[in-house]
Ligand binder design. Structure first.
Ligand code: THU
Length: 146
């Protein structure tokens, strides 16, 4: 009997993005948000090119300006775990409508993945999706330092 042809050896970064799983990871991360001041809970799940997911949540502080957004928290965790190349980030919030990442997070994500896919959900049914380039055209780049 003929053996069926082998499936091509896809690297995880070539595999189709499992948006539902990434959004579910962002929703799970939201549960750990520390946001007693704003009441806004945010979770982020960052998918790297090896297929690993790095989660973060917002962490507020009584000294308000020290607050860390979920997206930058996820990125810092990913980098600390040795990842530096990313495919997509999912963001979830406890507000009805989804949020687009703040300007600071756009810039920080752009350092590592200018073409990152950004998915976002609130508690409503709608999910939005953008490319990071679309959200932050003309980002300040590492090459601008030379
Ligand atoms: N926040 C995020 O975590 N990500 C964003 O992109 C926007 C804002 C958090 C920070 C703060 O804890 C709360 O949402 C309200 O600004």
């Amino acid at each position: 009997m003929k053996t069926p042809p082998k499936a091509p050896n896809l690297s995880p970064s070539d595999a189709p993005l499992d948006e539902r799983a990434l959004l579910a990871a962002a929703r799970a991360a939201l549960e750990h948000a520390h946001s007693p001041y704003s009441g806004v809970r945010v979770g982020a799940a960052l998918l790297d090119t090896a297929g690993r997911v790095h989660a973060g949540c917002n962490v507020e502080n009584a000294s308000y300006g020290l607050t860390i957004c979920a997206e930058r928290n996820a990125l810092a965790r990913a980098v600390a775990d040795g990842s530096a190349e990313f495919v997509a980030i999912a963001i979830a919030t406890n507000r009805a409508s989804c949020l687009a990442p703040c300007g600071a997070c756009r810039q920080v994500l752009s350092e590592f993945a200018p073409n990152l896919r950004v998915l976002s959900v609130g508690t409503g049914a709608a999910c939005e999706s953008w490319s990071l380039t679309e959200l932050l055209p003309m980002a300040f780049r590492p090459s601008d330092l030379h």
